[in-house]
Design a protein around this ligand. Structure first.
Ligand code: FMN
Length: 269
């Protein structure tokens, strides 16, 4: 949920002095000017604004997008913790809550980026993740790359640097690592991914931008050593986090989804 306080911290709310002017605009729009008339004044305005900006869950799901250009400002520990608290409400096997989160910024994040830059290219060659993928997926993957390269061009970024940016969390001021226990089954991984998705949505609701990064899991052993994680743990994936540069061509790439009817098979209806 985005509330007025979050917007204020983002600089989206005007200072108190200019609130009446903005208030008139909103109140006209929303036909609630009588609230002011009834002398609820400032308090009513904030309450209304909270309502206006409250993010509907379904709208939030649809409007979340991967963010690849970030402002330098480091989000507060408070707001990050609130998003991670949402992560912990994900479904998980017998409520074992088999996850932990590591939040990294500054020099430590630089250190991890260096590890990824060093390790990932070789890992990528070994994994060969696009080999033999289904034709339909191949086409969508190619389209996505094309969009990213076009955005890079529009943003004046050499497409060769795009890969490097990917490996360095796209310059985000924070990275979050989603950790679980190693297990013979995949249930812990599934639930940690569910927690990760909750986190992405909560971050979006609070005006933050995120990008899920596959390079992190691929450099598992090296990052685990850096984070001093014990052998019983596994890094499920990592997420870049920060305030999005909203009008960057990278953050406004048109996103599409296959019409849902094409991916549903109804049975017994
Ligand atoms: C498992 C996984 C790994 C991903 N890895 C990367 C990545 O390494 N770099 C990147 O830019 N985006 C990565 N993404 C983000 C996807 O590219 C993105 O979700 C997809 O293009 C759809 O765009 P959207 O998130 O804006 O809807 C990853 C997403 C997932 C789920």
């Amino acid at each position: 949920m985005v509330d007025a306080r979050d917007l204020k911290s983002l600089g989206a709310l005007p200072c108190a002095g200019s609130i009446p002017a903005l208030g008139t605009f909103f109140f006209n729009e929303l036909e609630i000017a009588h609230v002011c008339d009834q002398a609820l004044g400032f308090f009513a305005f904030i309450t209304t604004l909270r309502g206006v900006y409250q993010m509907d869950l379904l709208k939030g799901i649809k409007s979340r997008r991967s963010v690849r250009v970030f402002h330098k400002k480091v989000p507060s520990k408070k707001v990050i913790q609130e998003c991670l608290e949402s992560a912990t409400w994900a479904p998980n096997p017998t409520n074992q809550q088999p996850w932990e989160f590591i939040v990294v910024t500054g020099e430590r994040l630089k250190g991890i980026s260096e590890i990824i830059v060093e390790t990932f290219p070789q890992r990528m060659r070994e994994m060969d993740p696009y080999h033999g993928i289904p034709k339909a997926c191949e086409e969508r993957k190619n389209e996505t790359f094309e969009q990213l390269f076009t955005a890079a061009k529009r943003a004046g970024i050499d497409s060769k640097n795009l890969f490097q940016k990917n490996l360095t969390f796209y310059g985000a001021p924070v990275a979050i690592f989603f950790i679980t226990y190693k297990a013979a089954h995949t249930l812990y991984r599934h639930s940690t991914v569910a927690a990760l998705q909750n986190f992405l949505l909560a971050a979006h609701a609070k005006g933050l931008g995120t990008c899920w990064l596959s390079s992190v899991a691929a450099c598992q052993d090296e990052i685990k050593a850096f984070l001093e994680l014990s052998g019983e743990k596994e890094i499920v994936d990592g997420v870049a986090l920060g305030y999005p540069v909203k009008d960057s061509p990278f953050n406004t790439i048109a996103r599409k989804r296959v019409p849902v009817k094409e991916v549903i098979r109804w049975m017994g209806f």
